[in-house]
Design a protein around this ligand. Structure first.
Ligand code: FE
Length: 316
């Protein structure tokens, strides 16, 4: 991966960039690398949702109501069917996108417009709820490990009432790259990760979303646009995040919120770490959230409840 540590200037010239700002008096602009540091660590908190699914709430907990443009991050991970079997029966969404990342297990989704599918281990689903959807997300298994994430990504005001849109992403549609001989790998769901193109493109918040498995202690670095909100969530193991000489240890079940910069560095402290890495452009708009509806004003929330009660949440 060391060969990917580079930036192209606008003239096409390759520049090996260091930590020093460079300004050429004339000629191509040079992009400066600045490593993001950890600005806050926060453990997820155990809770349950749906019909009693046990999960860890990371974004959306009292200490982190949201992380613009991210509205919620839940992690589910259990081999006890009692912790997941009840699933998430019919419930609505309006005004944002839900991303389900399955690491292990199977989940069936079915919606009020007749769409359905199964999200399998290693796959994902990017659902733009837009103006509204009523759907269920139920385990398609009676035993075994179910593990993954659900991330909610906000939509800008002008897209909150857009038509519903699904991207069902079986494992083979994710962009996968093996990083090291020991088996470290990344699987890219959205955006560009060091030149590896994820299948989800052209969303309003320009998200980059990937999972990583670090099988050895070699550092992994990810280019993240300046101005994007960025975080690393550690599913298992312990990593260090941040510049080599000022890195912060991040343990399992903890989110690291990152400060400004354009590159993210992470390294396993011991082999065998599972991570979720995300970056996206903040919207900077008012967020009014009531349960599964996330709009910009109270009036829009009232309208969402009224539409839901009238059975027209998902109607154009
Ligand atoms: Fe849902």
């Amino acid at each position: 991966m060391a060969s990917r540590r580079r930036f192209l200037t606008d003239s096409g010239l390759l520049v090996a960039a260091g930590l020093v700002a460079c300004r050429a008096p004339a000629g191509p602009a040079i992009i400066t690398i600045s490593q993001r540091s950890v600005r806050q660590l926060l453990p997820g908190i155990p809770t349950s949702d749906g019909a009693g699914v046990k999960l860890t709430r990371v974004i959306g907990q009292p200490a982190l109501r949201n992380l613009d443009p991210f509205l919620l991050l839940d992690r589910f991970h259990s081999d006890d069917p009692g912790a997941y079997i009840q699933g998430f029966p019919d419930h609505p969404h309006r005004g944002f996108e839900t991303v389900t990342v399955m690491l292990a297990g199977k989940m069936r989704h079915r919606d009020s417009r007749g769409n359905q599918g199964i999200i399998t281990g290693g796959g994902a689903q990017w659902m733009t709820a837009g103006r509204g959807i009523v759907h269920s997300e139920m385990p398609e298994q009676e035993r075994g490990l179910m593990s993954g994430f659900q991330l909610w990504v906000n939509l800008p005001a002008k897209e909150k009432m857009c038509p519903q849109f699904y991207q069902d992403l079986p494992p083979e549609q994710l962009a996968e790259e093996r990083l090291t001989p020991a088996g470290s790998l990344i699987r890219v769901i959205a955006g560009d990760a060091n030149g590896l193109a994820g299948p989800v493109r052209e969303r309003a918040t320009a998200p980059i979303l990937l999972t990583a498995l670090l099988a050895d202690e070699r550092p992994f670095e990810l280019d993240t646009p300046e101005g994007h909100t960025a975080f690393v969530f550690v599913g298992s193991g312990e990593v260090e995040v941040g510049p080599e000489h000022a890195a912060t240890a991040v343990g399992s079940g903890t989110i690291a919120l990152l400060g400004p910069g354009n590159r993210l560095r992470v390294r396993a402290k011991k082999p065998g770490c599972q991570l979720l890495l995300a970056a996206a452009r903040p919207l900077g708009e008012p967020i009014v959230q009531r349960g599964p509806f996330v709009m910009n004003t109270d009036a829009e929330i009232q309208r969402a409840f009224a539409d839901y009660r009238a059975g027209v949440l998902d109607k154009a």
